[in-house]
Write a protein that binds this ligand. Structure first.
Ligand code: CLF
Ligand code: SF4
Length: 496
């Protein structure tokens, strides 16, 4: 069996987490029925734990959209489910199926096929459902997933259920038409273009109706919301409450991406994006009511691979044409690989439950303040050199344990000799991206960035290379506590 794709080097040390929860969805969702756990445990978006092990892919078969969002420019991927970047190729359903089989045969950990754009999948129902129809026949071991703005959703629920699609994402940015009118200039509804508040009211009604219909059928619904400062930032707490009450399974609040160069209305008008602290505060505020997703990477509509990586360029149509795919053999191999991952995850859980090999959590009462730590990792262990990291995972450590709170994008500081001259400015950007983090854990780090990070108040740490992330983060927090670095303010003490 090949090594799982995240594993660049062998895992040197294994162990349970002292925190008990570690922010892993597996534990957070411990209350779920076996049936639902089975549905989410190898879906990289629905399970935070699974996203370290399992990959997803999107096929861009849906170019048209039936609404306009102020954060979207059709030239780019759907901002609901993607970071801006043109879709390399819009595919026909036949091409999409061929690509999916090629990826599934090459990346056995790819468990989920999603349709998420570049327009709205349900505004392109023939292409979307033809793709799903073929795949459910030809690749029955792949879970099917769809993401929609919800306008056409109520009309499509039967068809979705028919294709055994049990993961649907609806982007719901508001439940108040006055807020909606600031986000959606128009919708295309019953062969007419409708504008402003009236358009927003119809969209909201359709979204809510679709959500209720799906949950009534036992289909898992994730709600995505784009956080737009000054527009829906206060309102999203209410959205979270309402969608939870209607049975949504997970809420994913994502930051608005509004770069002027993408040519979106918000970008051109100078609407700002939220900063990481604003995003975290809102996610924390919603968390009391809802399971929150914090590991979303705002993928491209043609993304391939683990969340946070994109292997799409390996699977262009001309490259796929040259591949020889024996899907029956691939299915066997995929099953074997998944069994291996499952055994690893089961062992990890058993270890956690037994408490064996657990780093002691020294602080069991409210002492010591929470600390944000950035981690350079791909998969569940600290395995990336600081200079090679293209993103950092951010964890919050406290006396309660370790919780995953998000990620920060970065440019690789060290990409080889030719780019070393750019290193300094890239390092400056990375330090800015890590704002609020007090420690950065990585497998290795050079002398120069070490000094600059320290000068910026971020302590580099390469001592936990190849260790499981949560354990290492907890150990560092305990060291800081023991060294007297985590004194709480009087106000924080009172709150605790
Ligand atoms: Fe794709 Fe979306 Fe399905 Fe995941 S993505 S259709 S639920 S398989 Fe995932 Fe990507 Fe975030 Fe979407 S990380 S943008 S939430
Ligand atoms: Fe763009 Fe998606 Fe909004 Fe349609 S639903 S306008 S594709 S962001």
């Amino acid at each position: 069996m090949d090594l799982p794709i995240y594993q660049e080097e062998p895992v040197a040390k294994k162990g349970g987490c002292s925190a008990g929860s570690c922010g892993s969805t597996d534990d957070q969702l411990g209350h779920l029925s076996d049936d639902i756990r089975k549905k989410v445990q190898d879906h990289p978006c629905y399970s935070e734990e699974a996203h370290h092990y399992f990959a997803r892919m999107h096929v861009a078969v849906a170019p048209a959209c039936n609404i306009q969002c102020h954060y979207c420019n059709r030239k780019y991927d759907c901002a609901n489910e993607s970071r801006p970047g043109v879709v390399s190729e819009v595919l026909t359903p036949d091409q999409a199926v061929k690509k999916t089989m090629a990826v599934a045969a090459t990346i056995p950990q790819m468990t989920v096929l999603g349709i998420a754009g570049p327009g709205d999948p349900l505004a392109n129902p023939e292409k979307t459902f033809e793709t799903f129809r073929q795949l459910s026949e030809k690749a029955p071991d792949i879970k099917l997933c769809v993401s929609t703005n919800g306008l056409a959703l109520p009309d499509c629920v039967d068809e979705l259920a028919k294709h055994n699609i049990d993961h649907v994402t609806i982007t719901i940015n508001c439940i108040d038409p006055d807020v909606g009118a600031q986000i959606y200039p128009w919708i295309f509804w019953k062969n007419k273009r409708i504008y402003g508040r009236e358009a927003a009211a119809i969209l909201i009604e359709q979204q809510q109706k679709g959500l209720e219909m799906l949950t009534a059928r036992g289909i898992l619904v994730k709600v995505n919301s784009v956080l737009i400062p000054g527009v829906n930032d206060q309102h999203l707490k209410e959205v979270s409450k309402v969608v939870k009450a209607k049975g949504a399974f997970l809420h994913n609040v994502m930051p608005l991406i509004a770069e002027a160069e993408h040519g979106t209305f918000y970008g051109v008008m100078g609407q700002r994006s939220p900063n990481p602290a604003e995003l975290k505060d809102l996610q924390d505020a919603c968390e009391g009511d809802m399971n929150m997703m914090r590991h979303c990477r705002q993928c491209r509509a043609d993304a391939v691979g683990l969340l946070g990586e994109d292997r799409g360029s390996e699977f262009t149509l001309d490259k796929i044409d040259e591949m020889n795919i024996d899907y029956a053999a691939a299915m066997e191999f995929r099953a074997e690989v998944r069994k291996g991952i499952q055994a690893e995850l089961d062992a990890k859980r058993a270890e956690k439950e037994s408490g064996d090999n657990v780093v002691a959590l020294e602080a069991t009462e409210p002492k010591g303040r929470p600390v944000l730590m950035a981690v350079a990792a791909k998969g569940p262990v600290i395995n990336i050199h600081f200079g090679h990291a293209k993103e950092f995972l951010v964890y919050e450590a406290s006396y309660k344990g370790v919780k995953f709170v998000g990620h920060r994008k970065a440019e690789a500081y060290c990409a080889g000799d030719e780019t070393c001259g750019d290193g300094e400015s890239i390092l400056g950007k990375t330090i800015k991206a890590l704002e609020g983090c007090e420690v950065v854990l990585c497998s290795k780090i050079g002398y120069e960035p070490w000094g600059e990070l320290e000068a910026a108040g971020i302590q580099p740490n390469g001592e936990h290379a190849m260790e499981p992330i949560e354990e290492a983060v907890m150990a560092v927090w305990n060291e800081m506590l023991a060294a007297g670095k985590l004194a709480q303010s009087a106000e924080a003490k009172k709150r605790a």
